[in-house]
Design a binder for this molecule. Structure first.
Ligand code: TYD
Ligand code: MG
Length: 414
């Protein structure tokens, strides 16, 4: 029916209100959704990331690059949860045989773990609506489509509408649902960025596809904090949580020039990681700057600060930065460690292997304070370091206080 434009206009123009009164209650009378059951994943740290396990009726979006281990992690979680409640794993990507192969490898076998292969958003929502399952995996949203829409799977309209149907079904029946979403290399959800607004929790699976540590962190959580992180390692029996990541990261360290230990924080956990720098002469054209695990724009900024505020010359040098172990640093206090690694590589001088470093570097070359100082220091002490080169704001005999990049390099790299 085509609406008459003049009548549509006049209803608003007359200022008429067509809605009805909302049903409201006192906030004191509302039961918190936390009162509902939480499904524990079998991974202690992952439970913390989720705010205490999967909440009944919640919808979680698990994002990550293809091949990072999303399906593996979820199969392991399903195996654990199926011991308590009926679980359904729906895959639109893999056949039953393939999934069985993985489940067998991971030792996931349970009467209460069911599998279905489907790419129909309608069918999946309908099945969730039946209420037979308390935990459902949808792997992945990019493969789903609705009968009512003609666009291809993975497009914004398919993703949003399938997502909406599934979310509604989950809320109606108090089913905990996990939707898998692939992201592109740049970290954006291919197609369905919109989905992030619709779901309750968004957890991101990051790291190197080939070995190294993988981290799972919540970027949005309606039922918990977003500052926690779980660190995993992949082996032939699937994913396992890394118990002492700092020790594991430092195990293969060789104290060469260009190597600096940074005391960082991943989410709310302190972590010691090795930053490696390599500085070589530029042979042709522009100097090259390359990072792995560190932001390239931040590196360019730090190089500019080094050039302007110290006597080091990098304009005819290629600079490579590597963060060992597949960790992606998002910590501004990594600045000082990166600068010192570059200076160390350039001057071919080593820092004492018993020193850790942290602190933010400002454009004036000043060293600025960092957050969670106590945790960084405690972790460094625990792993046998004797001193931290760190911002002067900290009063602790463990800390060798520094205020300025130039002075720091003169004092420790000369
Ligand atoms: P997968 O979970 O399929 O990744 P995603 O669902 O995110 O695309 O698996 C990722 C990789 O993990 C795959 O290349 C094979 C490897 N893998 C192991 O190393 N050990 C294992 O036990 C399993 C199941 C997979
Ligand atoms: Mg997969």
């Amino acid at each position: 029916m085509i609406q008459d434009e003049s009548s549509a206009k006049s209803a608003i123009a007359k200022g008429q209100v067509s809605g009805k009164n909302l049903d409201y209650v006192s906030i004191n009378d509302i039961l918190p959704s936390d009162a509902k059951a939480r499904l524990l994943t079998g991974f202690k740290d992952l439970d913390i990331v989720l705010g205490g396990g999967f909440l009944a009726g919640s919808v979680t979006l698990l994002t990550g690059q293809p091949g990072i281990g999303k399906s593996t992690l979820l199969m392991q979680v399903c195996a654990k949860i199926a011991k308590d409640v009926p679980v359904l794993y729906v895959s639109g990507e893999e056949s039953a045989g393939q999934v069985k192969l993985r489940a067998k490898r991971l030792g996931a076998n349970s009467e209460d773990l069911s599998f279905a292969s489907s790419t129909s958003g309608n069918d999946i929502a309908k099945t969730i609506e039946s209420g037979k399952f308390k935990f459902v995996i949808v792997d992945s949203i990019q493969t789903l489509s609705l009968n009512e829409l003609t666009s291809a799977p993975g497009t914004v309209s398919q993703v949003t509408n399938c997502g909406n149907l599934i979310i509604r079904a989950a809320k109606m029946t108090d089913t905990a649902v996990v939707i898998v979403g692939h992201v592109t290399k740049e970290g954006t959800l291919a197609g369905p960025k919109v989905l992030e607004h619709l779901v309750d929790v968004v957890v991101n699976f990051e790291g190197d596809r080939y070995g190294g540590f993988k981290t799972v962190r919540a970027v949005k959580n309606r039922f918990g904090s977003t500052s926690e992180v779980a660190i995993f390692e992949m082996n032939d029996k699937g994913l396992s949580e890394v118990q002492n990541p700092s020790a594991a990261l430092l195990a293969e360290r060789q104290n060469t020039d260009g190597s600096i230990i940074l005391a960082t924080v991943e989410g709310a956990r302190p972590l010691l990681v090795e930053i490696q720098a390599l500085v070589t002469s530029t042979n042709f054209g522009y100097p090259k700057r390359t990072c792995s695990g560190f932001d390239i724009n931040r590196l360019n900024l730090l190089i500019a600060v080094i050039e302007r505020r110290t006597k080091l010359k990098l304009s005819d040098k290629d600079v490579f930065i590597n963060v060992v172990g597949g960790i992606k640093l998002q910590d501004s206090a990594a600045d000082l460690a990166v600068c010192m690694a570059i200076a160390s590589a350039l001057a071919k001088r080593k820092l004492s292997e018993k020193y850790v470093v942290f602190g933010e570097v400002g454009l004036g070359g000043e060293i600025r304070s960092a957050f969670r100082l106590d945790q960084r220091i405690a972790e460094s002490k625990k792993l046998g370091f004797t001193h931290a080169i760190a911002p002067a704001t900290i009063k602790d005999s463990f800390v060798l206080p520094v205020k300025d990049l130039r002075d720091t390099l003169i004092k420790y790299m000369k």
